[in-house]
Design a protein around this ligand. Structure first.
Ligand SMILES: Cc1cc2nc3c(=O)[nH]c(=O)nc-3n(C[C@H](O)[C@H](O)[C@H](O)COP(=O)(O)O)c2cc1C
Length: 192
């Protein structure tokens, strides 16, 4: 077997970079297309493409944040200015966010559970693509993946749900790795 050393090195060392540490520049239009192409090249039982992607970049980040703040205020009238500002900045400073929706298709054969897993694969593959191009990324869900009104405002249609938002940008710092689970704790051999 011919080892692909650079791919192995990447897979052994990749780690997320928090959104607060993602700065400009973000991917170019051509790079974005490549990220989307790689992101949607995932295992997909039945070839249903049971996912959709929503791009939030440029000034749309500010408009989406303002709308989130409005919804957050309606949900919680006690929310103060500092809290509102956090909501307005939900898609900043990362230059690019890609929302990943699970969009299950009717199928007599493929359970929605499997279609949901495929959407999770899209999310992580978007991260891999971003890192491969020299950017960094973080997968977040936050409250707005679960709030029906916020999710709809961000692009979820009936029957769809966000599996997360992949925030992408140039890393502004080097992030220490976090402890990883000991293999002995999560792997066992089938013993019959
Ligand atoms: C489905 C999902 C949702 C997540 N949502 C958030 C989130 O809302 N906020 C957050 O700080 N991290 C969230 N994370 C965790 C980060 O994306 C990431 O897993 C963590 O920073 C560790 O990263 P690494 O193991 O890739 O280095 C989420 C992870 C997953 C898989």
């Amino acid at each position: 077997m011919t080892a692909k050393a650079d791919v192995l090195d990447y897979l052994l060392t990749r780690r997320s970079v928090g959104q607060a540490f993602l700065k400009e520049p973000g991917p170019s239009a051509e790079e974005l297309r490549q990220i989307l192409t790689i992101g949607t090249r995932v295992p997909d039982h039945g070839k249903l493409a049971p996912w959709r992607l929503v791009i939030i970049e440029g000034d749309d980040r500010i408009r989406a944040g303002e709308k989130l703040a409005e919804i957050a205020k309606r949900n919680n009238s006690n929310l103060d200015e500092a809290g509102l500002e956090i909501e307005r900045r939900q898609f900043l400073p990362a230059p690019l966010t890609i929302g990943v929706l699970s969009a299950p298709k009717p199928s007599p054969k493929i359970p929605h559970f499997e279609q949901l897993i495929s959407a999770g694969n899209v999310a992580f593959n978007l991260e891999h693509a971003a890192f491969a191009l020299g950017y960094a990324a973080q997968w977040v869900t936050r409250w707005f993946s679960y709030d029906t009104e916020a999710a709809a405002m961000l692009g979820a249609k009936e029957g769809e749900r966000f599996v997360g938002f992949i925030m992408i940008g140039t890393p502004s710092t080097i992030i220490e790795d976090r402890p990883r689970p000991a293999l002995e704790e999560v792997v066992s051999r089938w013993q019959g």
